[in-house]
Design a protein around this ligand. Structure first.
Ligand code: GLP
Length: 260
C-alpha cells in the first residue's frame, strides 16, 4: 500500500498519470469508475488531457462500482448518469463501452449476477478508482459487509444517506435506501486500486483503512490484503495517520522510474 499526501490537484494528477500510463501500454484497458466528489478532479484532469490529445479511451471499457435502486434512468443522480456527465461524455469512450449495475431491474439478484459476468467477460478491471465513505465504506459496502462479498443489493446506513443528501438538494429522504454495489471481493479482483480521499471528515476512515485492524466494521480495511493499492490523500484526510512522516519520506524519495 502506497500512501501519497499532497494537495488535491497533485493527487488528481498522480491518478490521471496512472490511467494515462495504463492506456498507453494497454489501450483496451478496463477502468473501474467511481462516483462521488472524490474522483471529480481526476475526471477533470483526464478530460483536459484527452482534449490536449494526450490520452485516448477509444478502445477502453469502463465499469461502475455501484448504483441506486429505483431511480429513473435519467435521474441526474443515478450513478450511470453521473459517470456519463463527469467522464464518458468528455472523452472518446465508445458507445456501450461503459456499463453499470441495473438498479431498475425487476430481478435485482439476476442483474447483480449479470454484472459480475460482464466484468469477468471483459477480463476484469485493470485500474479501479475508489473513494471512501466517512464510515469506511467503499463503493456501497457498508460496515458489516462480507470482506468476500460480490455484487449484490445493500441497504444504506443513515449516515451514508445523510452524507449523500447534498446530491439530492439536501433532502436525506430523497436518497434511496437500497443500492446495488460491487462487493469487496469484486473490488479486490481489480489489478490496481487507486483510492482518493480529501477533507477532515474522511480522516478517521483513512486512518482505519491504512493503519487499523482489518474488520468488517471498517470495510475499506480489506484493501490491506491487496498487493497494489495507491492511497491519495490531502493533508486533512491524512491528519490522523500515525506514520504520516514515513509515507511522506517514502514518496519524496521514490525513484523516478517507479510508477504508483
Ligand atoms: C458514495 C459512493 C462511494 C464514494 C463515497 C464517498 O456513497 N457510493 O463510491 O466513494 O460515497 O463519496 P465522496 O467522494 O463524495 O465523499
Amino acid at each position: 500500500m502506497e500512501v501519497v499526501i499532497a494537495p488535491a490537484e497533485v493527487l488528481a494528477s498522480v491518478a490521471a498519470d496512472a490511467v494515462q500510463t495504463l492506456l498507453r501500454t494497454r489501450p483496451t484497458a478496463v477502468l473501474g469508475l467511481a462516483t462521488g466528489s472524490s474522483p471529480v478532479g481526476v475526471y477533470d484532469e483526464l478530460a483536459r488531457r484527452h482534449e490536449a490529445g494526450q490520452v485516448s479511451f477509444a478502445q477502453a471499457q469502463g465499469f461502475l462500482l455501484d448504483e441506486y435502486v429505483g431511480l429513473p434512468a435519467h435521474h441526474p443522480e443515478a450513478y450511470r448518469a453521473v459517470i456519463e456527465r463527469e467522464i464518458e461524455s468528455r472523452v472518446d469512450l465508445a458507445p456501450g463501452a461503459v456499463q453499470g449495475p441495473d438498479g431498475r431491474a425487476d430481478d435485482l439478484p439476476a442483474a447483480c449476477a449479470a454484472y459480475e459476468a460482464a466484468i469477468a467477460e471483459a477480463g476484469g478491471v485493470d485500474l479501479q478508482i475508489l473513494g471512501i465513505g466517512t464510515d469506511g465504506h467503499v463503493a456501497f459496502n457498508e460496515p458489516g459487509s462480507s470482506l468476500a462479498s460480490r455484487t449484490r443489493v445493500k441497504t444504506l446506513t443513515e449516515q451514508t444517506r445523510a452524507d449523500n443528501a447534498r446530491f439530492f438538494g439536501g433532502d436525506g429522504a430523497a436518497v434511496p435506501r437500497h443500492v446495488l454495489t460491487q462487493g469487496l471481493g469484486t473490488i479486490m479482483d481489480a489489478r490496481h486500486l487507486v483510492l482518493l480521499a480529501t477533507g477532515r471528515a474522511k480522516a478517521e476512515a483513512v486512518h482505519q483503512l491504512v493503519e487499523g485492524a482489518v474488520s468488517a466494521l471498517w470495510p475499506a480495511t480489506v484493501l490491506q490484503f491487496h498487493p497494489h493499492v495507491t492511497i491519495l490523500l490531502d493533508e486533512a484526510a491524512a491528519s490522523r495517520l500515525q506514520l504520516a512522516g514515513y509515507y511522506r519520506q517514502a514518496f519524496a524519495g521514490k525513484p523516478r522510474w517507479q510508477d504508483v
